[in-house]
Design a protein around this ligand. Structure first.
Ligand SMILES: [Zn+2]
Ligand SMILES: [Zn+2]
Length: 287
């Protein structure tokens, strides 16, 4: 998307899609008081637009629970890829136990999982290049930026793909269990969490570093990462005084719209496309 730029602020989670950062004073970063809550912008990367969420790949999500000491036996892959594997996608080198008999459960207790099966050892080392196609950060380096003439088409294809993925993840999560830590961004695809003691968030000492697992919501697995909607990416920066007139959109939707894609109806109300912005003469009156 060479006609767009995105910016993020390393001290907080704010991301902005425009030719310059915005001037809304809502920074909560640790040194924000010094800047009167203005953000201090640097150039962002694809990871600020599509936040990478990874989880452990499991041969059998109903098998042995991952322990802290066994965690390095498991590879971290994008959580959505893991969800698709468990739902039936065969990815070379990432085998998944396919059951012919259903697991029998009584409440939360497993009565019959069909025994424990060891993961088949492949004769050659796992080829992680099969995951390259799903690595958004490296994809940006592998593919040249689109020609200006192709920009609209790429933007629309990206917007459509985003809708396909977000509705697909929602459907899969209705059927396959995904857990998320209530304290940090860790996600686990499977019927229960894992025991790797890597949680560094709020009061983790009390939990011995264990994550606090609960059922995940779609936004934790595929974060929308809301940003301000910018009507004129080359215009004056958004300002605090007009904040209540601005809308928001998922970062990908905002990037694609600025590059010429049609926005699905469902995002239009939150983007506040119909709200009339006061011009600069009137702006001080509403402040
Ligand atoms: Zn900030
Ligand atoms: Zn955690």
């Amino acid at each position: 998307m060479n006609s767009n730029e995105w910016f993020f602020h390393s001290e907080c989670t704010e991301v902005h899609v425009a030719s310059a950062g915005h001037a809304i004073q809502n920074c909560q970063g640790s040194t924000s008081a010094k800047r009167r809550n203005f953000h201090s912008w640097v150039r962002g990367s694809i990871n600020d637009v599509l936040i990478p969420i990874e989880s452990y790949h499991l041969f059998d999500p109903f098998g042995h629970r991952i322990k802290h000491r066994t965690r390095s036996d498991y590879e971290r892959i994008p959580a959505i890829v893991e969800l698709c594997i468990q739902a039936g996608v065969d990815l070379p080198g990432y085998p998944s136990r396919r059951r012919t008999n259903p697991i029998r459960m009584l409440g939360k207790k497993i009565i019959d999982r069909g025994g424990f099966l060891e993961e088949p050892k492949s004769s050659h080392p796992r080829d992680s290049s099969v995951l390259l196609d799903y690595d958004t950060h490296d994809a940006l380096l592998r593919f040249p930026p689109p020609e200006p003439s192709a920009l609209h088409r790429v933007a629309q294809e990206t917007m459509d793909a985003y809708e396909t993925v977000s509705t697909g993840v929602k459907k899969l999560m209705d059927k396959y269990s995904v857990k998320a830590c209530g304290y940090c961004p860790e996600v686990h695809v499977g019927p229960w969490g894992h025991d790797a003691k890597l949680c560094g968030e709020f009061k983790h000492q009390w939990r011995d570093g264990k994550h606090g697992w609960q059922d995940a919501i779609v936004d934790e697995v595929f974060p929308p990462n809301y940003v301000w909607h910018v009507r004129d990416p080359r215009g004056p920066p958004l300002r605090s005084a007009l904040r209540r007139f601005y809308g928001k959109a998922p970062a990908v939707v905002e990037v694609c719209m600025q590059a010429g894609a049609q926005v699905p109806e469902k995002y239009k109300p939150m983007m506040r496309l119909d709200i009339v912005l006061p011009d600069s003469e009137e702006a001080h009156l509403v402040a």
